[in-house]
Write a new protein. Sequence first.
Length: 304
Amino acid sequence: MHATTRSLPTVLAAAALTVVLAGCGASGDGSGGTSADSVTAGALPAAPKDNALAAMVPASVASDGRLVFGTDASYPPNEFTAQDGTTIIGMDVDLGTAVAQKLGLTPEFQNSAFSGIIPGIEGARYELGISSFTINDERVQTVDMVSYFSAGTSLAVKAGNPDGITADNLCGRGVGVQAGTVQVDDIAARSKACTDAGKAAIQVTELQQQTDVTLALTSNRIAAMLADSPVASYAVTTTSGAVEVIGEPWDTAPYGIILGKNQGQFARAVQGALQSLIADGTYKTILEKWNVSNGAIPTSEISS
């Protein structure tokens, strides 16, 4: 799976839209495709509270009974809005909900521009961030991160791959990526390699939301897209097979839940909650629900 995911924020966010998590239901991905049949309606069973872990949560977080997450709900199947256009759902949302329940708190997910989540953590707008953030040294200088999934970059094209596209022959082609992701850096490096070799540069289309990138592909405005491996795989389902993933993911690395530094045992509480969910099977159930089991990790770890 992949080491790339969304990259370090570079600009401040627009004002966040607060959305309190409702029960998961049938969902759409905003790409013009259909909902995944494998994603069933109805909330998962609540994870039981772990009193020892709950006691590690700082009073400043636990006092109001809520655990507030910042997330960019435009990245199916990890985090996106349901067909009602309001309810935030996805693999990350289910995992964040279960972590909150383990800590005896009620989850609340606030929709934010991706680039605003880390600044929102630093400014105490959010208590945790869960939005397909790859753990890397640059981020860990600013925030602590608790691993929960493994993903890589995938290449997706139109079904049947009529142009015979591979990761090695993108020169001169139109390729889409989501702004603020590591795929931006990946495609820039590939384009430079093209021009250094005397070939045409890659024609990069950089859009604010991944759903817009997928739509650009299915509407023939680009020839290919780079995205996190679970996102690319989910696009195949939600476009009714109009999209195809080519080859294997590269640059595999873990996703991490983000929290501010110097918060006592808070990181240990989050890590302990995730490890408990792995041990009791809840983690496996959530990943299977979203068809992303190949990104499962055996052990959650803290990077600080």
